[in-house]
Ligand binder design. Structure first.
Ligand code: CS2
Length: 470
């Protein structure tokens, strides 16, 4: 281990030859059996950790991960000089801990090497592809069909080496000759497995790709949970202090870690249950509870918090009025729409979520959670609103969350959202609360017709937008 003698000398980088603490598995023994699309911080703090623990506990060495960065070369540039090694800095109410993770054994950058990505997916030794590509990475319409108007989808369909996730998966399946593949979505979407299956099949139809591999592939659903804020310079400095070497790829996470996976695999899989994952026949109740309680209140606190000038979610949830708004959303609007999964006490779950948000050691920015609202709201809030309206109830709290998004979109100079241009164009001339509600409710790639036409929802939104604009 090398320690810098002078603060201006950069510390040596974490790598196989510069390992301050031994990872739980010997990286030299691991071979690639998993391809992961979307090598962001979340994957590194979640599935990669479960996979490493499962390898350690089961003794299996075939589940190293080939991680694919979908857009920039940043993560590759961070991980490649470190032989794929990085650390997870766990920040809870107690002491911060750090652990080096070795399960990522290869890093590819899709734009630079699109064919290598397809080859990896097609490889006989790859049994599972996992994905964290965020809501917008799926390129679906609001009704869950493949968006054939998307320019990247159109470009992939011309036959270039694919750049979209759906194109990569379809090309990989078409080229594959070995055992059938399991494709496991780990994004915050409703029924993420079947959702992805439909997109891949629609893409294959449009591209004229066929073969047994498409029918034999399995797309289990899964619910993932861990709060992973963007890494800051302060986190990198703390990791360097704790490790004694520089880790450019460190990720920060809360102690909480959960994965519920539908037990619906085409072939072999890592023994993730040994690492605490729950394999079950039905993920839907878990996923609904998590999306509608955790992610919905997260988004609500992000918008209401940002409007009040709070920098982090922890600050927002410490504001009594905002905490009360989140509690009202959970108890009045969300819980009545849920079927509790096995043994889950929903009110207690709701409280535990707010407690996690309040973790002061996590500097999770309201603006980070506020991103991509046009694709998050439908999943997190609009289903709840629809269910409550159908039951004859007035979803006042959920409408407040949507109204907060509307005011946030109108007030922000630039909106970080795949539909930013559309949203900004819609709101450009909205000079009153009612006009703002009309303008955004009219965006049919966000709101289904049933909600656009609902007078009660329009009224609730207008009341809240008026209050929030004052
Ligand atoms: C957050 C999620 O950024 C967001 O929109 O709501 O990333 C959230 O932190 C995770 O889903 C927690 O599991």
């Amino acid at each position: 281990m090398t320690h810098p003698t002078n603060p201006s000398t950069p510390a040596a980088r974490l790598s196989l030859t510069n390992l301050p603490t031994k990872p739980a598995v010997d990286p030299a023994e691991l071979t690639v059996g998993i391809v992961h699309l979307g090598l962001g911080a979340f994957h590194r703090a979640h599935q990669a950790v479960f996979t490493e623990r499962a390898a350690q506990l089961s003794g299996e060495t075939r589940w190293g991960i080939s991680g694919i960065s979908q857009r920039s070369t940043t993560v590759r540039d961070q991980l490649a000089p470190q032989d794929g090694l990085y650390s997870v800095l766990t920040r809870g109410t107690g002491e911060t801990s750090i652990e080096v993770i070795a399960s990522i054994r290869e890093v590819l950058t899709a734009p630079e090497d699109p064919d290598a990505v397809v080859t990896r997916i097609a490889d006989d030794k790859t049994a599972v592809v996992t994905l964290t590509v965020t809501e917008k990475g799926y390129r679906a319409t609001s009704t869950g069909a493949l968006d054939l108007t998307d320019p990247e989808i159109q470009a992939d369909l011309t036959g270039r080496p694919p750049r979209t996730v759906v194109g990569q998966l379809a090309a990989g399946l078409a080229r594959r000759g070995g055992d059938p593949l399991t494709i496991l979505s780990c994004d915050n979407l409703v029924a993420n497995g079947p959702f992805l299956q439909r997109l891949v099949h629609e893409y294959a139809d449009a591209a004229g790709l066929k073969g047994d591999q498409f029918d034999a592939a399995r797309f289990p659903a899964s619910m993932v949970d861990r709060i992973v804020p963007a890494t800051t310079d302060a986190d990198r400095a703390e990791a360097a202090r704790l490790l004694g070497v520089q880790d450019e790829a460190v990720v920060v996470a809360e102690p909480f870690l959960q994965w519920v996976i539908e037990d619906h695999f085409a072939g072999a899989r890592p023994a993730w249950e040994t690492a605490g994952a729950v394999l079950t026949a039905d993920v839907a109740p878990w996923e609904q509870a998590k999306l509608r309680m955790l992610n919905a209140t997260h988004s609500m606190l992000a918008y209401l918090g940002a409007l009040r000038g709070y920098d982090t979610i922890a600050e927002a949830v410490r504001d009594e009025e905002l905490a009360a708004a989140a509690r009202a959303l959970i108890s009045t609007d969300v819980i009545p729409t849920l079927t509790p999964p096995d043994g889950l006490d929903l009110p207690a779950y709701g409280e535990s979520v707010l407690e996690r948000f309040a973790n002061p050691a996590l500097k999770h920015k309201t603006t980070q959670v506020a991103m991509d609202g046009s694709v998050k709201l439908p999943v997190r809030l609009l289903g709840t609103i629809q269910d409550r309206l159908r039951a004859g109830a007035e979803p006042d709290s959920a409408a407040r969350a949507v109204a907060a998004w509307m005011v946030y979109v109108a007030r922000s100079e630039t909106v970080d959202d795949p539909q930013a241009d559309r949203l900004k164009a819609a709101t450009a001339n909205a000079s009153s609360p009612a006009a703002l509600v009309d303008a955004l409710l009219g965006v049919d790639s966000v709101f289904p017709k049933e909600l656009q036409d609902d007078p009660a929802l329009r009224r609730l939104l207008t009341t809240h937008v008026t209050q929030l604009s004052e």
